[in-house]
Design a protein. Structure first.
Length: 224
């Protein structure tokens, strides 16, 4: 008999339900979904190639996501190549040729990051309870704000009023390094469309108002 001793983390699934305008929420989420995945495209997988910039270091990376629950990622770091293969709750990590199982917390984080991604939200639009919360100005630009529920937590999508792209995605998350709940914002720009699927070639991550990293993409492929 295994005893589950996992401690619920602050900011994991215990958030208040957000009430807004459900009808308008559905309308705006549907606009976003059509903007990022063409109505005639059936998205099964996406492959991305680019680089990650963290603490001034540029690390080439390639990622393939098979929806809804598999990620294969290769990052060329200063200490060599890191490969992560994740599927449906577990996976492995290969560092310097040494293979080891993914720590459960890392596997969980990969899945929740994937679930919160705008393409997963678009694919899962029927089940995320969209609530329209009016407009919000960020850096002088006005966005339409829709709250969705993913794994019991709130995710705010700030949609461009003309393109309907989710230029900002905001949520709260427990940060183990900081030992507290933080507000994470992903700022998406330089959108490119390939085979009916749009993706931001610049993704900046901002934690509690401070930029913590960015990803710059060169290309993406759909269902390859």
């Amino acid at each position: 008999n295994k005893i589950d001793i996992s401690i619920p983390e602050p900011g994991s699934g215990d958030e208040q339900m957000v009430k807004g305008d459900a009808e308008k929420g559905e309308e705006w989420l549907s606009k976003m979904t059509s903007a990022v995945i063409d109505d005639n495209t059936e998205l099964n997988s996406i492959s991305l190639s680019g680089e990650m910039n963290m603490q001034g270091r540029k690390m080439p990376m390639s990622t393939t996501i098979n929806y809804p629950d598999a990620i294969n990622q290769t990052i060329k770091g200063p200490m060599g190549e890191i490969k992560v293969n994740y599927k449906n709750g577990s996976g492995k990590m290969i560092v310097g040729g040494q293979e080891r199982p993914l720590p459960p917390q890392m596997a969980k984080n990969l899945q929740s990051t994937l679930n919160r991604s705008f393409l997963s939200i678009a694919l899962n639009a029927e089940n995320v309870n969209p609530q329209y919360l009016g407009s919000e100005k960020v850096d002088g630009t006005s966005y339409e704000k829709v709250n969705v529920t993913v794994d019991g937590s709130n995710v705010e999508l700030l949609l461009d009023t003309e393109t309907h792209y989710p230029d900002i995605i905001r949520y709260k998350q427990f940060n183990p390094q900081m030992g507290e709940q933080v507000t994470v914002e992903n700022h998406n720009s330089n959108w490119q469309t390939v085979d009916g699927v749009a993706y931001p070639y610049l993704q900046e991550t901002i934690i509690n108002g401070n930029k913590s990293g960015e990803a710059v993409y060169k290309s993406h492929e759909v269902n390859k």
